[in-house]
Design a protein around this ligand. Structure first.
Ligand code: HEC
Ligand code: HEC
Ligand code: HEC
Ligand code: HEC
Ligand code: HEC
Length: 248
């Protein structure tokens, strides 16, 4: 039994049982992982580190696929088993070409266990001025900001619709795809490409936003139409009442 609630889709494993009961460095990963987007999506210790999540005695045996802790130069391949497109973009980039020679790896920017859903806040002076002037980071961020604002605005509208019981599945899917394309853009760290691709994405996002605006307008019209029906029914009831009185 675990002494803590499991987030989202995560399952109880011997890895979690044993590591959460430890006091040394082995226990440090558990808490940050619990609050991560990986835990929320059911990606657990063994999905990254390998090993046997059901057999405590052999859990960390290489024969059961245990990979251990990756060396710095192995991190992109380690994360890239799942994030294939991003791994490829990264490896081609100025950052990837500097792997092992002072360039950042995935965990430099995202962490290893406390990984969160990404936002542009990841590009900030503190983490991007460690190795070179912040200016080049600021330029790429500026190119991405408008797209980010559009995505956030659409997400907020969708959240409101959902609260009102509107079916948003199709829009959710389109936004998900556009959001992925957009967030993937970063890893090439190529400011010119980000600027060009962002312009295209903003066009697509604009269309999506218009579709949602139309739904909003239709709903407003329906509310007015609804009010008319109610008013008409009231008038009819009143007339009927008066008519009956005159007949009496
Ligand atoms: C019965 C207890 C136990 C189980 C089960 C267990 N571990 Fe461990 N694990 C440990 C201990 C003890 C260490 C050493 C920790 C330390 O250095 O303090 C460790 C270390 C590790 C390390 C670091 C290894 C290194 O080279 O530094 C990783 C990664 C790890 N475990 C992952 C897992 C995964 C994944 C599973 C499940 C498939 C798992 N563990 C299951 C007890 C366990
Ligand atoms: C998203 C993939 C991922 C998941 C999930 C994950 N780890 Fe790790 N873990 C890593 C990476 C990458 C490193 C190496 C970190 C570095 O190089 O800074 C690491 C390092 C470690 C270490 C070595 C000490 C340290 O903190 O650097 C231990 C112990 C460990 N992980 C245990 C666990 C346990 C236990 C779980 C489940 C609660 C877990 N990990 C879940 C990717 C993951
Ligand atoms: C076993 C597969 C797997 C491994 C290995 C893995 N991830 Fe993930 N990762 C996922 C899944 C599934 C999600 C949640 C769904 C999504 O956003 O794609 C996710 C989400 C993320 C997100 C948030 C994406 C967003 O939409 O905001 C980041 C950042 C991330 N992972 C980075 C990493 C890093 C860094 C590593 C290596 C330390 C790693 N991942 C290893 C499967 C994996
Ligand atoms: C661990 C060191 C390190 C960190 C942290 C780092 N970079 Fe870099 N960055 C490099 C290296 C090394 C290069 C390639 C050599 C050079 O141009 O100086 C580079 C190059 C770049 C380039 C130019 C790419 C090109 O093709 O000319 C941009 C843009 C960039 N980084 C943005 C960022 C952003 C944004 C962050 C923060 C999210 C960041 N960097 C964090 C090391 C780092
Ligand atoms: C220099 C810092 C830096 C490095 C190195 C880096 N990332 Fe990212 N990553 C970011 C930033 C910044 C974003 C989000 C930008 C945005 O808001 O679009 C991001 C976005 C992501 C996302 C979300 C994209 C999506 O499709 O939803 C994932 C997943 C991810 N990174 C995984 C990785 C993996 C795996 C590696 C290593 C191969 C890696 N990152 C290397 C900074 C970095």
């Amino acid at each position: 039994m675990l002494a803590f609630p499991l987030p989202g889709g995560a399952q109880e494993t011997v890895c979690l049982q044993c590591h959460s009961a430890q006091t040394g460095p082995g226990s440090k990963a558990v808490k940050p992982w619990q609050a991560s987007i990986h835990a929320e999506n059911g990606i657990s210790c063994h999905d990254c580190h390998g090993g046997d999540p059901k057999d405590a005695a052999n859990a960390m045996s290489p024969a059961r696929g245990f990979l251990g802790v990756p060396k710095e130069t192995d991190v992109p391949a380690f994360c890239g088993r799942c994030h294939v497109g991003i791994r490829d973009d990264y490896l081609q980039s100025a950052h990837g070409r500097a792997l092992g020679k002072g360039g950042p790896t995935c965990v430099t920017c995202h962490g290893a266990h406390d990984i969160k859903k990404v936002t542009l806040d990841l590009i900030n002076e503190k983490s991007c001025s460690r190795c070179h002037p912040y200016e080049r980071a600021a330029n790429i961020k500026a190119a991405m900001e408008k797209t980010e604002r559009l995505i956030v605005a659409i997400e907020e509208r969708l959240a409101r619709f959902k609260g009102e019981g509107v079916d948003t599945e199709a829009t959710d899917k389109s936004l998900f795809a556009l959001r992925n394309t957009y967030h993937r853009l970063f890893h090439e760290v190529n400011t010119a490409r980000v600027t060009n691709e962002s312009a295209k994405l903003q066009g697509e996002l604009g269309k999506l936003d218009q579709t949602l605006q139309k739904i909003d307008e239709q709903r407003a019209k329906r509310k007015i139409a609804g009010a008319f029906v109610v008013a008409a029914a009231l008038v009819a009831a009143l007339l009927f009442h008066l008519l009956r009185k005159t007949c009496d």
